[in-house]
Ligand binder design. Structure first.
Ligand code: 5GP
Ligand code: ZN
Length: 113
């Protein structure tokens, strides 16, 4: 298995998990860009946003709602937080297994770099 996030899901590579259920896992990013930087990852391997199909709609909804729940648990619901899906090289995607970044705990500028 060559996909890094599939290997984390399989327990072959350690990660600091903050949530898991039957369809998702969430863990801290190894190179955090904010005090909270969590990655929400479906257990199913889907490489990029371009590969999502209508059958994934519920899964993606669960990812986004989990992001909101984690941000809320950390106290960022009102102050604000950011969610990001990078898709392919120009956006900076480096791991080709769909994941949602959840960042919070500092003021985040816009536009992003
Ligand atoms: P992307 O650039 O594909 O949108 O995001 C990939 C993220 O995965 C990056 O923020 C990177 O720091 C994180 N990452 C890369 N390798 C590992 C790892 O082995 N463990 C964890 N927890 N995060 C990783
Ligand atoms: Zn994968």
């Amino acid at each position: 298995m060559s996909c890094l996030f599939c290997r984390i899901i399989a327990g072959e590579i350690p990660a600091t998990k903050v949530f898991e259920d039957d369809e998702l896992i969430a863990f801290n990013d190894i190179n955090p860009q904010a005090p909270m930087h969590v990655l929400i990852v479906p257990r199913q391997h889907v490489a990029t946003l371009n590969d999502l199909e209508s059958g994934h709609d519920s899964l993606v909804g669960s990812m986004i709602r989990r992001a909101a729940a984690i941000a809320s648990e950390r106290g960022f619901a009102d102050s604000g937080y950011r969610t990001v899906f990078n898709c392919n090289a120009a956006a900076g995607q480096t791991v080709f297994h769909v994941h949602l970044h959840v960042l919070g705990g500092r003021t985040l500028t816009w536009p992003p770099g």
